[in-house]
Design a protein around this ligand. Structure first.
Ligand code: TA6
Length: 292
């Protein structure tokens, strides 16, 4: 049984720093404001939807057409893809990107100190116990811990599917992936490293493999860059739907593709994780806004 809004506010609310409310669709949201930033996340999917350092613009993109319903994923922010990525092999009825982003997570803990505000969410997705901590500070740190509570080894895929807001995807570029081979998901083709930063000139849907570099998203027209550091992740997914795919997504505006891109901290396909019985695996993403 999930806690009511009053129970959440009584147990975890901190005046002026951590507040709970229900959005207009009835989804419970936790809002954070501290010396570094403001932000928010829904208990639905443990879905971070906002991170805005004071004096800067919002980091994340959320579609104006996004649905905020219990049985739908939110289009934007940071959907959690788990325990599989994309379609589930052998089960065309399974939800895209797994169940985690469709579930109502339990709010478990809050810590508000000189470093910022850390929220902890939890959900059980048999045979896994999942804990997700989100720290809103001078950077945004998201850490997904997967515990295998079964007596046999288990394999899963996971991704923190961050939708970044861009002034202009046509002039943006992504560094840190120049030396990594990648799979083009659109052509199902394997490619060697290009040696070049990524630029968006068409629909782009790529899984980069064996990469542990710091990724830089350079939003040239906005004069800002977002640095993405990762721990426990060796895949990176890069996506921009471009013109035609945007038209095919009902929860995404036809004209929104220049205003966003996804760079996803992941372990997918050949980097899927096997966890031994009673063991855990943690994957973290740190997003830090810098001016250029
Ligand atoms: O991360 C890229 C991707 O796998 C794309 O293929 C696209 O489908 C995107 O995820 C969004 O997936 P969703 O199920 O949220 O529509």
């Amino acid at each position: 049984m999930n806690a009511t809004l009053d129970q959440l506010s009584d147990q975890f609310g901190i005046a002026g720093a951590v507040q709970f409310d229900d959005d207009k669709n009835g989804l419970t949201r936790v809002k954070v404001c501290n010396a570094f930033c403001r932000g928010s996340a829904f208990l639905h999917g443990a879905h971070v939807c906002s991170y805005c350092p004071h004096g800067a613009d919002e980091l994340f993109f959320v579609s104006r057409n996004s649905q905020f319903q219990n049985d739908k994923p939110i289009r934007g922010g940071v959907p959690i893809c788990f325990p599989w990525f994309g379609s589930k092999s052998g089960d065309d009825q399974a939800p895209s990107h797994g169940f985690a982003r469709l579930m109502n997570w339990t709010f478990m803990e809050v810590l508000n100190d000189g470093e910022g505000t850390r929220l902890v969410f939890g959900v059980e997705l048999d045979p896994f116990d999942v804990r997700y901590s989100v720290s809103f500070g001078s950077a945004l740190t998201m850490s997904l811990e997967i515990a295998n509570r079964s007596s046999s080894s288990q394999t899963f895929e996971a991704a923190l599917h961050s939708y970044f807001r861009l002034q202009n995807a046509r002039t943006a570029r992504i560094t840190g992936l120049e030396d990594s081979r990648f799979t083009d998901q659109l052509q199902a083709a394997e490619h060697d490293a290009t040696g070049q930063p990524i630029r968006f000139e068409e629909e782009t849907d790529r899984i980069y493999h064996d990469n542990s570099s710091v990724i830089g998203l350079h939003d040239t027209d906005a004069g800002r860059k977002i640095m993405i550091d990762r721990q426990g992740s060796s895949s990176v997914v890069v996506w921009n739907p471009w013109i035609e795919k945007s038209k095919r997504m009902e929860d995404f505006g036809d004209d929104e593709w220049p205003s966003m891109c996804c760079i996803e901290t992941a372990n997918v396909r050949g980097s899927a994780i096997m966890v031994e019985p009673k063991q855990k695996h943690a994957m973290s993403a740190i997003h830090r806004l810098e001016s250029v």
